[in-house]
Design a protein around this ligand. Structure first.
Ligand code: AVI
Length: 779
């Protein structure tokens, strides 16, 4: 999905061990406490700001609360637990409010029934705002005036009050989305909002060997009581998915009858599915055969690459069983997350675990009303780990234990899978079919799911990576030799011209890591120049081809240590042990980076930086913005090779997925879209037609297209900005004399362990402004 900078909702960063803004103790100054208090209170108001008074009153189900109630309840919390006991002469704002705004604290007195919170039309929104201001003034006065003994006593209450308010900030968003989902006009909370950038697609399972590990919170700073005591647990051996389960994978589960197959479900789960009539995740709906889902931006097509969301524990469990896997335990999740094995652990969806919410060994709830915070809920709920896109910044921790009942699905909840050596024996479902094997090898599963999901999307699309089967790879080779297709030729020229300078980047002792299989002439130009190079590591997912290429290079460069790594290079991967101590140079030629959406390109560069490590250098080939006629010709060659390359995608679907495309009734179209600064490739249906693929039917209107590829063209400055965003420092760029193509040298000065990923969402539009003439050689 194209990314736009979100105004109200911010992307969560990976966690520190505690929330930066709330990393306060009694030794923090009064000014620090007031600043933290004000920041948290302001965030609540920021989240409420897009909502009208009418929006703030509605309660769409017993589990959700009105926004106005959340704003008042978190205020009551400070009044009840901080001001009334500790602020001398504090005057309660309204004697009736404790009854209205106490949630579940039995020790704090009687309260209004939870399911009837939506009936509280008075006090109105303005009075609640006045209540907040009254309490804010009193809290500030208390912090300022307290003597040191009192200050030390109130700090822990202030602290839990702030964390409590952050929890309600998340609930405000989940509750309003639920309310909007009941509204036939499906309002948008924030038009232009889009999902935070993910690490990309992950099929890989990280291995977690058997071992005893500590889990739970054991550092200084704030944690909830349920995160302790820290203790040791036996974990593994398991494989844990690096990535989250995606919408595309979920569609496959649906298409395979997941919601109709009782043997996949826990007994209570099956009862719930039938009672609720669930056929898809929460907020999904089908329009003209395509799936859409309600997001903060309103109704949007389901993006198959994004994490699946709004699923209950029952659904997560059924999906895992269907996939021949299971959900992680909370201990497995925590150990894997702390070891850096999980992508998108935070800031997307809370992940269901198979652990019931129980006290840790030695846990004791604190005495008094605040002891009711967590302990009394330790039954009939399941633990979720990580954090979601609605979690306020700084609120996530590795040890954080969220919990919901197994049928809840209005939170941002998803899953990742775990594989266990004994799994095969545990699964006896007839509905399992061949799914696990497909998921293990990944490719077949992806291709079918992505094609089905992409053709159900509007506009229809298929990811360009599927061009490259054997026939497609051959056709691409042909493209690179076409007179009109300048990038390969021009890039080779730049490399040859600057071979000496490149060789200087690759002295003895260094390792060259190529993102791709190293089959091209460009690799050879570099290897011939870099005589002293200690190791060459091509990284590619196609293991067989990679092995063959490595053999060929060993023959050609007998003194070079060639160490191929079979991995998806768009994700973080492990380097061979022998090169871990060597300084590394990454090589990513061919402007393949132009086939990534800009946020994914930034994500890739970021991951590359993590894999290559501190002080690494990266050499990237990037095609430049130029005269439209030149661009047009390169993707519409006279010999029609690019057209055949594009149409081969349909032929591949026919070959591999039992597709029935009539190739003659589709035609190739490629054009430059200056607004997005990209060549778009499409396949255009010449007539209205219906095409069957693997038991699915897809209707095409005359002239309707399948979007098959984007090839972004950058200016030097735009690419440098993107590289900086991903944590790299541009140090050099070479271009040809026409300024058609560029080769960038980037340095990684940041400590990989401290890199938190691209911070800003990229909008492709940011590339359209920069002028091609900025493509100058920079010293
Ligand atoms: C692989 N990639 C850089 C090519 C490009 O120019 O975007 C793929 C291609 N598509 C059509 N022609 C070439």
């Amino acid at each position: 999905m194209p990314a736009a900078t979100s105004r109200v909702l911010k992307r969560s960063d990976p966690p520190s061990t505690s929330a930066p803004i709330l990393q306060l103790s009694a030794s923090a100054s009064r000014a620090d406490w007031i600043a933290a208090y004000e920041a948290v209170r302001a965030e609540t108001e920021r989240r409420a700001a897009p909502l009208s008074a009418e929006d703030q009153i509605v309660q769409s189900m017993p589990d959700a609360s009105p926004i106005k109630w959340h704003r008042a309840h978190v205020t009551w919390f400070f009044e009840q637990f901080l001001l009334v006991p500790y602020a001398a002469n504090y005057c309660v704002f309204d004697e009736r409010f404790p009854f209205l705004f106490n949630s579940y604290y039995v020790s704090a007195g009687p309260r209004h029934e939870r399911p009837r919170r939506g009936l509280i039309t008075r006090p109105d929104v303005e009075t609640v705002t006045a209540y907040r201001q009254h309490v804010d003034a009193a809290v500030r006065a208390l912090i300022t005036a307290a003597d040191s003994e009192l200050f030390a006593m109130v700090c822990p209450i202030l602290e839990i009050g702030l964390h409590h308010e952050q929890q309600h900030q998340e609930l405000m968003l989940t509750d309003i989305l639920h309310a909007f989902a009941q509204n036939p006009v499906l309002p948008a909370y924030e038009s232009g909002w889009c999902w935070p950038v993910t690490a990309g697609k992950a099929r890989a399972f990280a291995e977690l060997g058997e071992g005893v590990h500590a889990i739970g919170y054991d550092a200084d700073g704030f944690s909830y009581d349920n995160e302790g005591p820290a203790h040791r647990v036996l974990v593994g051996p398991i494989g844990i998915a690096r990535g989250l389960v995606t919408n595309g994978e979920w569609m496959h589960f649906m298409a395979d009858g997941g919601y109709e197959t009782p043997t996949l479900w826990l007994s209570d789960g099956w009862t719930t599915v039938q009672a609720e009539g669930w056929k898809a995740p929460g907020y999904w709906r089908q329009v003209d055969g395509a799936w859409f889902r309600l997001t903060f931006a309103g109704l949007e097509p389901v993006d198959p690459d994004l994490p699946v969301c709004h699923i209950s524990y029952y659904e997560a469990d059924a999906f895992a069983r269907w996939a021949g896997k299971h959900l992680p335990s909370e201990a497995e999740w925590e150990v894997a997350a702390r070891s850096g094995m999980l992508d998108d652990a935070f800031g997307h969806v809370w992940q269901w675990t198979r652990s019931a919410y129980l006290p840790y060994p030695g846990y004791r709830a604190a005495p008094g009303a605040l002891g009711e915070y967590n302990g009394k809920f330790m039954v009939n709920q399941m633990v979720l780990r990580g954090s979601s896109l609605a979690t306020p910044e700084g609120h996530a921790r590795y040890s954080y234990r969220n919990f919901f009942s197994p049928q809840a699905r209005w939170q941002f909840t998803g899953l990742r899978l775990v594989d266990h050596p004994d799994n095969a024996a545990m699964i006896a479902s007839p509905a399992r079919k061949a799914r696990p094997a497909e998921m293990e090898d990944g490719a077949a599963f992806d291709f079918a799911a992505d094609v089905v999901a992409g053709l159900q999307a509007r506009p229809k699309r298929i990811p360009s990576k599927y061009f490259y089967d054997i026939a497609g790879s051959r056709l691409f080779e042909e493209i690179t030799q076409l007179p009109e297709y300048y990038p390969t030729r021009v890039e080779r020229g730049i490399l040859a011209e600057n071979a000496e300078a490149i060789a200087k980047l690759l002295p003895a002792g260094k390792a060259l890591v190529e993102f791709g299989n190293g089959s091209s002439a460009k690799t050879r130009i570099v290897l011939r120049a870099a005589r002293e190079l200690s190791a060459y590591v091509p990284v590619d997912i196609a293991a067989e081809f990679l092995k063959e290429q490595a053999e060929a290079l060993r023959l050609e460069f007998p003194s070079l240590n060639v160490l191929p790594v079979a991995a998806d290079f768009t994700r973080a991967f492990d380097l061979p042990t022998s090169v871990r101590t060597m300084p590394r140079v990454g090589f990513f030629p061919g402007s393949t980076i132009g086939n990534f959406e800009p946020p994914d390109a930034a994500g890739f560069l970021h991951h590359a930086g993590q894999s290559l490590g501190k002080d690494a250098v990266m050499v990237v080939g990037v095609d430049l913005v130029k005269n439209e006629a030149v661009l047009h010709a390169a993707y519409n060659d006279a010999a029609g090779v690019t057209a055949r390359f594009n149409l081969n995608l349909l032929a591949r679907i026919n070959r591999e997925l039992d597709g029935h495309f009539d190739l003659g009734s589709f035609e190739h179209r490629a054009f430059f879209d200056r607004g997005h600064s990209r060549i778009e490739m499409h396949l255009v249906s010449r007539a209205a037609q219906r095409v069957k693929i693997d038991g699915h039917s897809f209707d095409f209107a005359e002239g309707e297209t399948i979007h098959t590829e984007n090839s972004y063209k950058y200016t030097v400055e735009a690419f440098r900005a993107l590289a900086r965003e991903a944590g790299w420092r541009p140090i050099k760029v070479w271009t040809d004399s026409d300024g058609w193509f560029s080769i960038h040298v980037l340095a990684n000065d940041t400590d990989a362990a401290n890199q938190t990923g691209p911070r800003r969402l990229w909008s492709a539009g940011s590339f359209s402004e920069a002028s091609p003439s900025s493509a100058a050689v920079v010293p």
